[in-house]
Ligand binder design. Structure first.
Ligand code: ZN
Length: 373
């Protein structure tokens, strides 16, 4: 499914249970630097030893402590209610590994820091995750990693919004839960990718049939325009360059390319980037319909659309390869002949016959065009 959505594959998939040595090494470093201490049931990280605690989630320590002491039953030997476990001593029936502090298992947060450190080094560019993990999980990852290395852990945090289904929060318990594969049975993968990119990644995304159906139509507008531009450019081969309409198109190309770029530079705002693509589609369709724009400018518009969609991992030229079967083209030619002979009844009958076989005939200022439906 990831391949079909054009999602690149990860080069490593580390597992916590295979990274126990890295985890123990990191906990040892934190112990040596006195960021961690031994309590009754395990090793804990001391948030008071790390001045930056709360910087990611924008919490201050006092508010967090007030909140935490209300709900947490205290572990013996814990110095601050916010201190979190790095290593938990073995309980009956739980899997356990040997460590310098006794048998046990890693805490819930340490594995991410240890695996990131082991595989990617002390500082990484981008850390992604659901917005619900910001606190405490990602906050704790920063504390553990930076306390151990003394270096910034992450340059950019990329937190994605919640997924809603039919305007409600997705949850297994409510039964409104589905996977990409379920959706792919009803919608092409490319439409799903387009749909996801129509929302800014930090915002919640809502999967609903009416919205997905609308995405099918919207995406088709892009691919149809790309197809149509190639066709119109072919017909516009002999047009002279430099018309007013051509100037308008070139201006629109520069403007919307710029708007697209600004949107992407603004925290990957793919929603606005796609809006710029639609503005470009509108301008290109206007130019094509005018019949006054020479081929090079039309082809440039087409290439720009393909390029801007391509950066988003969408193939806008995918629609163009539908070859029209020869028997359909023969019917289309017969219809043209009938029209030329002013036999409009026969022409209409042939058009309906073509339609019945799943192809649409369009009369454009540049000539006749056949589209697979
Ligand atoms: Zn994590």
């Amino acid at each position: 499914d990831a391949d079909a959505l054009n999602v690149m594959r990860a080069s490593i998939h580390p597992r916590a249970t295979e990274s126990i040595d890295d985890i123990i090494h990191l906990v040892s470093m934190l112990m040596d630097k006195e960021h961690a201490y031994l309590a009754h049931d395990g090793i804990y990280f001391s948030v008071d030893s790390f001045p930056g605690y709360g910087k990611l989630s924008g919490h201050n320590l006092e508010d967090l402590i007030a909140g935490a002491s209300e709900r947490v039953t205290e572990t013996e030997g814990k110095r601050n209610p916010l201190d979190f476990a790095l290593w938990k001593f073995k309980k009956e029936g739980e899997p356990a590994w040997p460590s310098p502090w006794g048998e046990g298992r890693p805490g819930w947060h340490i594995e991410c820091s240890a695996m990131s450190l082991a595989n990617l080094g002390e500082t990484i560019d981008i850390h992604a995750g659901g917005v619900d993990l910001t606190f405490p999980h990602h906050e704790n990852e920063i504390a553990q990693s930076e306390a151990a290395t003394g270096k910034p852990f992450v340059r950019y945090w990329v937190h994605n919004g919640f997924v809603n289904i039919n305007y409600e929060k997705m949850s297994k318990s409510r039964g409104n839960f589905f996977t990409v594969r379920d959706l792919a049975a009803r919608y092409p993968y490319q439409v799903l990718r387009f749909f996801i990119l129509q929302a800014h990644y930090r915002m919640p995304i809502n999967f609903a049939d009416d919205l997905l159906d609308a995405a099918v139509t919207s995406w088709k507008r892009v691919t149809t325009s790309v197809d149509h531009l190639a066709f119109v450019a072919e017909a516009a081969k002999d047009l002279p360059a430099g018309s007013k309409e051509e100037g308008d198109l070139r201006q629109a190309l520069a403007l919307y390319r710029q708007q697209w770029r600004e949107a992407m530079d603004d925290d990957l705002n793919t929603a606005d980037a796609i809006a710029a693509i639609f503005d470009l589609v509108r301008a290109a369709n206007t130019a094509a319909a005018s019949g006054k724009v020479a081929a090079p400018a039309l082809l440039e518009a087409r290439e720009t659309l393909i390029e801007l969609c391509g950066v988003l991992g969408l193939d806008a030229s995918a629609g163009q390869d539908e070859a029209i079967p020869a028997e359909i083209m023969a019917l289309v030619q017969a219809r043209q002949d009938a029209k030329a002979a002013k036999d409009y009844a026969q022409a209409d009958a042939l058009r309906d016959q073509v339609l019945a076989q799943g192809y649409k005939i369009e009369d454009t200022p540049q000539g006749v065009r056949v589209l697979a439906l």
